[in-house]
Design a protein around this ligand. Structure first.
Ligand code: GDP
Ligand code: IMO
Ligand code: MG
Length: 428
């Protein structure tokens, strides 16, 4: 038995979906533990491409149980659209379980998300995905959230929906927005409620039983460590915690059950939305990376911001989650760049620092300190072992390991499942 947490070490979109799908071959269970359909996880195999937002990336393995954990916020309409999309793609045999304690995202959450963003001026806008994630987690903390167990009980759902919309309609009115009609939402969503009901269960019990039976379990993080509500670049973060510590609380297992923590890391950096990004640069090279890496959001289609690899960020992620191995992704995208830069520390008011300050004012004054490494020109997309890589690509990977103090256990040279190279079989 083994359990592995897959987490993003940067600002999301590191390739967590690809790695989870790859490792799922040997997993009995794959669990999403936080976030909602703000996530966009791309999986490519057999010349087919799937984008998942809510459903765990183990769904393509028919014997693997896929769990949506209690820490998630689930938009039932989006979930059903995703199931329909899978069915159209020929994925009809799967095992799915939805936590009865997860929270439901409803249409008013997206309207509130947009409203709150619109009310912020310029620099203060977070640049959310507008999927209603923040407002849904706010309802959870305010103890007015509607959970999946309420959602599948139509009387309870109607009652709670009525309370919440009576409240939020007052806010919409105040800001000159159209009020939402309770009956219309109820009539539409009661159909979704019926469809998801068969999958709903106490997933903490289900998961603990799997552990008792010595099964292999994968936890699939969404977003990235720097988007963590507690340890990210607040307030430019999401509303949940995509760290290893979040797994136990958000799935209902003991933290003692976690064996390994795999940090998924892009060979460079990207960020969508606003906020601090010390190593960001705009140049022909950035444009080359954006084009080659297809750096446009899976969920919103927005062009991702591009930056050099930042090892201050990686050491921060290592510290807060205890990462035991790295998987370096999109290495192929760096081909044909003459000189590569890696950030090794920051300079703040003339002093060298090796941490991310809490205050946004300080963070914005941090200047990256770089080392430079020579690039490579050879096509690496067909590489099947470390030794096949051009020597400069080998040195680039070795340098990342040296600067982070984490062993590189896997790397990836293309979007396809097959373009994954395992260096150490420590996972599952
Ligand atoms: P996630 O949110 O962490 O699952 O990552 P996304 O799926 O949002 O973004 C990663 C993107 O990179 C997707 O388009 C993947 O298909 C793609 N990808 C993953 N690994 C590689 C790789 O090694 N090379 C290239 N070129 N693309 C990759
Ligand atoms: P995956 O799982 C990249 C970003 C948004 C915004 C901030 C808050 O695909 O890596 P939210 O809608 O969560 O309130 O937005 O977080 N964001 C992501 N960026 N990948 C994601 O998920 C993200 N999920 C949220 O762009 O800056
Ligand atoms: Mg993504």
């Amino acid at each position: 038995m083994s359990s592995v947490v897959v987490i993003g070490t940067q600002w999301g979109d590191e390739g967590k979906g690809k790695i989870t799908d790859f490792l799922a071959e040997k997993a009995n269970v794959v669990v999403r533990f936080q976030g909602g359909n703000n996530a966009g996880h791309t999986i490519v195999f057999d010349n087919r491409k799937f984008a998942l937002h809510l459903i765990p990336s183990g769904i393509f393995r028919k014997d693997t149980i896929n769990i949506l954990g209690n820490g998630m916020v689930i938009n039932p309409k989006a979930l059903i659209e995703e199931l329909d999309m899978l069915e159209k793609g020929g994925i009809t045999e799967y095992k799915l379980a939805i936590s009865d304690r997860a929270h439901v995202v409803l249409p008013y959450h997206s309207v509130l998300d947009k409203l709150f963003e619109d009310l912020k001026n310029g620099k203060k806008k977070v640049g959310t995905t507008n999927k209603g994630i923040g407002p849904a987690y706010t309802d959870k903390s305010s103890r007015i959230g509607i959970r999946i167990c309420d959602f599948i009980d139509l009387e309870e759902f109607r009652d709670k929906l009525t309370d919440n919309l009576n409240y939020y309609n007052k806010i919409f009115k105040l800001f000159g927005k159209e009020e939402m009609v309770i009956k219309d939402i109820f009539e539409e969503y009661k159909e979704y409620s019926k469809r998801i009901r068969p999958y709903v269960t106490d997933t903490s019990i289900l998961l603990n039983n799997q552990f008792e039976n010595n099964r292999n379990v994968l936890f699939e993080g969404a977003q990235g460590s720097l988007l963590c509500l507690d340890h990210g670049t607040y307030p430019f973060v999401t509303s949940s915690s995509p760290t290893a510590a979040s797994v136990s609380l958000n799935t209902g297992i003991s933290p003692k059950l976690i064996d390994e923590i795999l940090g998924v890391t892009k060979a460079y950096s990207t960020r969508v939305g606003s906020g601090y990004f010390a190593t960001e640069f705009n140049s022909e090279i950035a444009e080359h990376i954006r084009k080659t890496g297809k750096e446009y959001g899976t969920t919103t289609g927005r062009a991702r911001r591009i930056g050099w690899l930042d090892t201050v960020v990686l050491r921060h992620s290592k510290r807060i989650s205890g990462i035991t191995g790295l998987s370096i992704m999109l290495l192929d995208v760096l081909t044909n760049i003459e000189t590569l830069k890696i950030c090794i520390s920051y300079k703040l008011d003339g002093k060298i620092i090796d941490f991310i300050p809490a205050s946004i004012k300080d963070v914005e004054r941090c200047e990256p300190v770089y080392i430079e490494l020579p690039g490579w020109e050879e096509d690496i997309t067909k590489t099947s072992k470390f030794g096949d890589l051009p020597i400069n690509a080998q040195k680039y990977l070795d340098k990342i390991s040296e600067l982070t103090g984490i062993e590189i256990v896997m790397f990836s040279v293309g979007p396809d499942r097959k373009q994954t190279i395992v260096l150490k079989q420590m996972y599952i």
